[in-house]
Design a protein around this ligand. Structure first.
Ligand code: XMP
Length: 329
């Protein structure tokens, strides 16, 4: 079999021989396992000629920016510029309800910011960066360009994954995709050898368009993002406390664009509904809904309604993939 140590040595050799001794490399960190492992690998091969950017698009989870920046800097010593672009993203998303349009807008804004980063770097270095690192995995490759005759082409144009493709124009950046033959579990093994903290490697995957695909409809309405962040944090924290986090592939909350009637204290309320989703999976291509025990669900539901203002109903998603996708949009 192939050992991860060999894969690591091989990858570093390939990166060193591909990237010239004067070449600079850029990388966008999403805060996920894939881009972090890819960047750490490249950093190990070429050191400070790697330049990373982390964009806070305002669609991230609770305290996400602080948490990931701490890992990048304190644990991994990665050279990272953090850009807070919340206003830029949210103003472009105002009033937009169509999931694919949301994805396109987010993808386009991201390219804009990344482009500016690359050009600033060019000014600073007096030359263009030559390469771009992407944490593309094997499943991303086959989901985006399904091999002909696999019958997957239709189902997988359903969602456009914005992290594949879309490079800054006029930069002529060449791609480095050190993970493109690996599955998620292999990336985690590789990260472990690279000393990426265990807790970080076990993080659930998170979609590039972020909470925009978990707030159904207009993401800028009704402080939906704030509510969703609080609900999601309670759900995830409860899952961790129950020792279930590592068994689950992905767990998250979804903000629904409906209100329902409730009674809290002696008040009639007309508030928001949130859905909880948790699935097990090998690679995200198929998934089974996770069967929590009822006591756990009862605890989470009470905690959410008691501590998140504006939520009076919690529902559970009991669909697998297929027929559903993991995300709701
Ligand atoms: P679906 O919802 O298609 O998701 O069953 C499969 C896996 O992909 C993630 N996902 C995305 N990741 N950009 C990403 O980087 C995207 O646009 C995107 N859409 C879905 C999803 O969270 C799940 O892990």
């Amino acid at each position: 079999g192939w050992k991860m140590e060999n894969v690591l040595d091989e990858e570093i050799k390939v990166i060193k021989s591909t990237v010239g001794p004067e070449d600079h490399v850029i990388c966008a960190l999403s805060g996920g396992v894939d881009s972090t492992v890819a960047a750490t690998l490249v950093h190990k091969a070429i050191g400070e000629r790697l330049h990373c950017i982390f964009v806070d698009n305002g669609l991230l989870r609770y305290k996400e920016q602080e948490r990931v920046m701490a890992t990048f800097k304190k644990d991994l010593h990665l050279p990272v510029t953090c850009v807070d672009a919340t206003e830029q993203f949210l103003s472009k998303l105002k009033g937009v309800e169509d999931p694919e349009v949301k994805r396109k807008i987010i993808g386009k804004e991201f390219i804009c910011i990344f482009d500016a980063f690359a050009h600033d770097l060019e000014k600073k270095l007096g030359k263009k960066p030559a390469y771009l690192v992407q944490g593309t995995l094997y499943p991303d490759v086959i989901e985006s360009c399904p091999p002909p005759g696999t019958g997957r082409s239709h189902s997988h144009t359903i969602k456009s994954h914005h992290n594949v493709g879309g490079l800054p124009k006029d930069m002529k950046l060449k791609l480095i995709e050190p993970l493109k033959l690996l599955f998620k579990d292999e990336v985690r093994q590789l990260g472990k050898i690279l000393d990426v903290p265990e807790g970080f490697l076990k993080r659930h995957p998170f979609p590039g368009p972020g909470l925009a695909v978990r707030v159904l409809g207009d993401v800028t309405k009704d402080s939906a993002l704030d509510i969703l962040r609080q609900v999601d944090e309670i759900f995830i924290q409860s899952i961790k406390d129950a020792g279930l986090y590592d068994t689950i592939w992905q767990a998250f909350a979804v903000f629904l664009p409906v209100r329902s009637v409730g009674v809290q204290g002696d008040q009639r309320t007309h508030s928001h509904v949130v859905a909880l989703r948790a699935v097990t999976s090998q690679d995200g291509m198929t998934a089974d809904w996770y069967q929590f025990d009822h006591k756990f669900l009862d605890h989470v539901s009470r905690k959410i309604c008691n501590s998140v203002r504006g939520v009076n109903r919690v529902v559970l998603d009991i669909t697998s993939k297929p027929p559903s996708t993991i995300e709701w949009e």
